[in-house]
Design a protein around this ligand. Structure first.
Ligand SMILES: [Zn+2]
Ligand SMILES: [Zn+2]
Length: 571
C-alpha cells in the first residue's frame, strides 16, 4: 500500500491523504481511497493552496472516507466533486447532518470573498475573481454523502473494510480503521482523524484502538498541556456570578458548531450548581447565531451519539439542550432586540474568533462598559479580533467606530476540543501491539518534533515518522527519507497481526453490554410511546411530534425484523 500525504503535512490544516491498495486478487484494479479532503486555512499563502490542482486525479479516486465535519477536513469536497470525483463520501450519520451546515457556510464565505475581490480587481482594471466554490457546488457534493453508524463495518470496495470509531472531538468525529489485503495478508491501517478530550460534556471519550499495522496520527497539541475542562468551567461559573451580580452582561464568542452546544448543555445544569441557581434564575441566555441554532438541531437529532450522562438525561425525559431561560435567535430583528434588553444577561454568539458574524455587534454594544465580561472559550489565531482583545488592546475598531475595551476580558483554555500532549500520548499507548509504521501529521513542525520525542522516550514507538511536507510513502519499503535526524535507524520488531477474522473478545463483551442497555431501556420507552400514541387516538397530540414518534416506531419495527433475520442460522 502507498500513502500520498496531500495535506495537513506541513502544518495543521488541509487534511487529505490518498491510500492506494492492491486488488484482492492478482490482476484486480487498485483501490484508491481518499481520507478527508479539507481546506488549508490561516495565512493568505496557505489559503492560496486551496486553488491548486489536487496532486492526484479526482476521477481516479474510488471513495472518500471523512473523519469529521470541520472545514480543515471536509472543506475541499465540493472542489473534488467539481473536478471529477464521482464516488461516495462515507462519514458517520452525525457528520452527514453537520456537513450541509458547514459546506453551505463555507461556500457563502467563499462567494462573499470573491465578490469583494472582484470589486477590488475591477478598480484595478482586472477581470472578475471566481469563488473557491459556490453554494451549487456544495449542494452537488452533498449528494455523494453516504452515512454510516459508529462501529458498523462497511465494505466500500471488494476486500476493503472500514469501521468508524468515536473520536470524541466533535459530534460525529471518527477514528478510522481500514482493513485491506497486502500480498495475501490482511492488514489494518488506522487514521486518528482529530482526537478529542476525555471527560468532555456531551461527547464520548476517544476510542482506544488496540491493534494496527500502520497508523497516521494527528499532533495538533503535541507539545502543550491544557488546563482541565473542570477548572475552566468553574472559572466560567465565577465570572457569570460576578458579572450578573453587578448588573452586567456576559458575552461569549463561540464556535457555532460544538462549543456552543457544550455551553448550552453546561448552562442547562445551572440549577444543580451550588450558588448559581439563585443568580441565574430568570437571567436570559441568548444564543444568537443562525448556524448555532441549526447545529443545535443536528445535536438533538443525534442524541444516540452523546455520552452516557447526556443520554441518561434524555432517557429520563429531559431535553439536555434546553432550559427555561434559553432563547435561540435566528432572525436579524431578534438579534437586534437583544441590544434593547438592558437587564443582566448572557450572550453566546459566533464567530468564535470574532472575525465575522453577529458577535461583532455584541462586542460593539458591550465592550465599552466595565460592568460586562467577555469570555473567550477557544483558540484565538494571530491577526484575529479575538486575539487583539485577548492580547490586551485598550480599544478596537468595529463598524468604523473606535470602541474602548473596558469590560473584563477572560480567556479560558480548558474548553479545547483537541487532545493535548497527555491525551495524545494516552491514545498512542493504547496500541497493545507495536504498529509497523507510525506517521505523525496535522501539527506545526515544533509540535510534531516534540511529540515524536515524547513517543520515543515514553512508549515503545521508537521510530515515529514525521511527515514534513506533501509526499508519497510506500508502506512496504522504508519511509526513512521523511524521518528526522534524531530518529534512531533501528528496525522495529513488529509482531505478526492476529488474523482479523477472529472476533476481539473485548469487542464481543461490549456488544453484549450494549444489548443489555438497549433491553433495559426498551421496555420503559415502548410503554411510554404506546401511552403517547394512545393519547393521539383520542386527539390529544400535535401532528408533528406524532409523525416523528411514528417514524421511530416504524424504523424500530424494520430493525427488529432485520435482527430476526440475522439470528436465523445461515447454511
Ligand atoms: Zn477537527
Ligand atoms: Zn483538524
Amino acid at each position: 500500500m502507498k500513502i500520498y500525504f496531500c495535506g495537513a503535512a506541513e502544518s495543521v490544516t488541509g487534511s487529505c491523504h490518498l491510500l492506494e491498495m492492491e486488488g484482492v486478487q492478482e490482476g484486480d484494479a487498485k483501490a484508491r481511497v481518499l481520507l478527508d479532503c479539507g481546506q488549508f486555512q490561516g495565512s493568505p499563502e496557505q489559503e492560496a493552496e486551496n486553488y491548486e490542482a489536487f496532486p492526484f486525479e479526482p476521477q481516479a479516486v474510488d471513495f472518500l472516507i471523512l473523519s469529521h465535519a470541520h472545514i480543515d477536513h471536509c472543506g475541499r469536497i465540493p472542489l473534488l466533486v467539481k473536478r471529477g470525483f464521482k464516488g461516495p463520501v462515507y462519514c458517520t450519520d452525525a457528520t452527514a447532518d453537520l456537513l450541509p451546515i458547514m459546506l453551505r457556510d463555507s461556500a457563502h464565505i467563499a462567494e462573499l470573498d470573491a465578490e469583494w475581490k472582484t470589486r477590488k480587481a475591477a478598480r484595478a482594471g482586472k477581470g472578475p475573481v471566481a469563488p473557491l466554490f459556490t453554494i451549487e457546488d456544495a449542494e452537488a457534493a452533498l449528494k455523494n454523502v453516504t452515512p454510516v453508524l459508529y462501529g458498523q463495518q462497511i465494505e466500500p470496495a471488494p476486500g476493503v473494510k472500514v469501521v468508524f470509531n468515536d473520536a470524541g472531538h466533535i459530534l460525529g468525529s471518527a477514528i478510522l480503521e481500514i482493513f485491506f489485503t497486502e500480498s495475501g495478508v490482511q492488514k489494518k491501517f488506522v487514521f486518528s482523524g482529530d482526537l478529542g478530550v476525555e471527560g468532555r460534556p456531551l461527547l464520548n471519550d476517544p476510542t482506544y484502538i488496540k491493534k494496527a499495522d500502520y497508523v497516521v496520527m494527528e499532533t495538533t497539541y503535541g507539545n502543550r498541556v491544557h488546563e482541565a475542562g473542570e477548572t475552566s468551567l468553574k472559572s466560567l461559573w465565577t465570572i457569570i456570578q460576578n458579572t450578573i451580580r453587578r448588573g452586567g452582561t456576559v458575552v461569549i464568542p463561540s464556535f457555532a458548531v460544538g462549543r456552543t452546544q457544550e455551553l448550552i448543555y453546561e448552562l442547562a445544569k445551572y440549577e444543580e450548581q451550588a450558588g448559581l441557581e439563585s443568580v441565574l434564575k430568570g437571567v436570559k441566555v441568548y444564543v444568537d447565531s443562525p448556524m448555532a441554532v441549526a447545529a443545535t438541531e443536528v445535536f438533538r437529532k443525534n442524541i444516540a451519539d452523546f455520552d452516557e450522562e447526556a443520554r441518561k438525561r434524555v432517557l429520563a425525559g429531559e431535553d439536555p439542550l434546553d432550559f427555561a431561560n434559553l432563547i435561540l435567535t435566528s432572525t436579524t430583528d431578534e438579534s437586534k432586540a437583544i441590544n434593547e434588553d438592558h437587564s443582566p444577561k448572557i450572550i453566546i454568539s459566533a464567530s468564535g474568533m470574532c472575525e465575522a458574524g453577529r458577535i461583532r455587534h455584541h462586542l460593539k454594544h458591550n465592550l465599552w462598559n466595565k460592568r460586562n465580561s467577555v469570555v473567550f472559550v477557544g483558540y484565538q489565531a494571530v491577526g484575529t479580533l479575538g486575539r487583539t482583545i485577548t492580547d490586551g488592546a485598550k480599544s478596537v475598531s468595529l463598524f468604523g467606530e473606535e470602541i474602548a475595551v473596558n469590560a473584563e476580558i477572560y480567556n479560558l483554555e480548558g474548553f479545547s476540543a483537541h487532545a493535548d500532549r497527555e491525551g495524545l500520548l494516552k491514545w498512542a499507548r493504547g496500541f497493545e501491539m507495536l504498529p509497523q509504521k507510525f506517521y505523525l501529521v496535522h501539527g506545526e513542525p515544533d509540535s510534531k518534533q516534540a511529540f515524536a520525542q515524547t513517543l520515543r522516550q515514553e512508549t515503545d514507538i521508537k521510530n515515529p515518522i514525521i511527515i514534513e511536507r506533501i509526499c508519497e510513502v510506500d508502506l512496504l519499503t522504508d519511509g526513512s527519507e521523511t524521518q528526522t535526524e534524531q530518529a534512531p535507524q533501528q528496525t522495529l520488531a513488529p509482531q505478526p497481526a492476529a488474523p482479523e477474522a477472529a472476533v476481539d473478545p473485548d469487542d464481543a463483551k461490549a456488544a453484549v453490554e450494549k444489548i443489555e442497555t438497549v433491553q433495559a431501556h426498551l421496555d420503559t420507552l415502548l410503554s411510554a410511546a404506546r401511552e403517547k400514541l394512545g393519547k393521539a387516538q383520542e386527539g390529544g397530540a400535535d401532528a408533528e411530534s406524532y409523525a416523528a414518534l411514528k417514524n421511530v416506531v416504524l424504523q424500530l419495527e424494520k430493525d427488529t425484523i432485520r435482527l430476526a433475520s440475522e439470528l436465523v442460522d445461515k447454511k
